[in-house]
Ligand binder design. Sequence first.
Ligand SMILES: [Zn+2]
Length: 235
Amino acid sequence: MEVSPIYTKSITCPLCNHKFSSSKTRSRFLKIEGHQSDLRPIYQNAELDPNLYHVHVCFSCGYSFTEDFSPYFPPNTKQRIQDALNSNWKPQDFSGVRQHGQAIASFKLAIFCALLKNEKQVIIAGLYLRLSWLYSTIQSNDQQKRFQRLALHSYKESYSIGDYTGTKMSVERLLYLAADLSLQLSEEQEATTLFSKLIEQQNAATEPRIVKLAKERWQTYRAEKNSQSIQPFTS
Ligand SMILES: [Zn+2]
């Protein structure tokens, strides 16, 4: 029997305890061809992009979350989320093959829930960033920029309050992402500050690869900028 690249997983909703199905891509079908500057993996087969299946959406109550969410609900947040979903949620099935439109809807739901749950800024930033990737795939430039801006804001917030500590996110990776997003949004001054902070960390870096990447990214950007500035008559 042929194995499908998409499989179904049974998930228990942390909010209402209902069991529902959620789809995932089998990792052995994924071939990474490279990475974009914001560390987004580029897959040989874009239709199998695991980002499409990153969010679990409870069929019954609509609570939407990822494996990065904390299992802990701060006081009163369960009630707050239930109240917000009760008045808006109509049961919808997000299992099976997901198209971009449905994946975008799943991320918006997850962001809505994460904000009500007071999730860490680093987690919220990751949702904004991944949503910007989906918009980039469907070439919706304005929406891509809108969510890149929100991701940048949340990464900077996370850096200043330090809520990334104890998560999978290292300080180097956090600063790199914020710096790269600043460059993509043409905020050069901001990018300079963030890259400098990152380079300052290099002796204590737990991810020296990211520091190296940051230096390369900055050099490539400067080189591109210089080559543009000596060709003032090209459009
Ligand atoms: Zn639920």
